[in-house]
Design a protein. Structure first.
Length: 251
């Protein structure tokens, strides 16, 4: 069973869990710091290892009119300011190969989005950075198929990897989480993280954006923790109803 180190934090399915928490997409530096401060205060009080999460660009929005984020340069500057102020690692996702290297120079973990998890050029570009990679399981892939994505990274020279469950498509506008899939992915020996809030999405449920089931965050998080995993991934917002992305499933 592998242990992946991020600074002094150890990700392992046999270690105390790590919380990857923050906001879906960066809206402003002030709000990002507000969210980070809340997570830092709670996790330090409870002794939970913590990584701040936010995206600089959401390139996969349903509508062309939906908010995407501040972009690479400004977004990385905000993430860097959070690292420096709070002394915590950060994670962010990349959508195109050219983003991988600059993102890895700021982020301690770079994330492969679920919808892009089979894109070989992106996988290879991310692998070449040498950064720790969080691989989101696509909603259309079976747990056992994640072995092929792990192999792509390994053959590109990077085995600093984590897998992330984020739900599976169930008909239209719905996701479900198959708890039996956790044990399948744990057999690959890499740390497994559970993205609770994205698993509660109802994709396209609001026509031009995703709906969600915020009230079930705690229930699903507890179910995930019962599987003996390395971490939980939870997004939050001080005013979810007015969040610019994924408010309906944010804590």
């Amino acid at each position: 069973m592998k242990t992946i180190a991020v600074g002094d934090i150890a990700f392992s399915n046999r270690s105390p869990f790590v919380l990857l928490g923050g906001m879906n997409v960066l809206e402003s530096e002030t709000l990002a710091h507000e969210v980070a401060e809340h997570f830092v205060n709670v996790t330090r009080k409870l002794g939970i290892p913590y990584v701040f999460k936010a995206s600089f660009d959401k390139a996969n929005r349903s509508s062309i009119h939906s908010y995407r984020g501040p972009g690479l340069e400004k977004g990385l500057a905000i993430l860097d300011s959070i690292k420096k102020r709070f002394g915590v690692p950060v994670i962010t996702d990349v959508h195109e190969p050219w983003q991988a290297q600059p993102a890895s120079e700021v982020a301690d973990i770079i994330q492969l989005p679920a919808f892009l998890s089979r894109q070989t050029d992106l996988v290879q570009a991310m692998a070449k950075t040498g950064a720790v990679i969080n691989i989101k399981k696509a909603q259309f892939l079976a747990p056992q198929e994640m072995r092929h994505i792990l192999t792509k990274f390994e053959e590109a020279g990077n085995d600093r990897l984590m897998l992330c469950e984020r739900g599976s498509s169930f008909g239209y506008n719905n996701l479900v989480v198959d708890m039996l899939g956790f044990s399948v992915m744990k057999q690959f020996a890499y740390p497994l993280v559970f993205d609770v809030t994205h698993s509660l999405q109802k994709p396209g449920g609001l026509s031009a954006s995703a709906d969600g089931r915020r009230a079930d965050v705690t229930t699903l998080a507890r179910a995930g923790m019962s599987q003996g995993i390395a971490g939980l991934f939870i997004e939050a917002h001080p005013d979810p109803a007015n969040a610019k992305c994924d408010g309906p499933c944010a804590l």
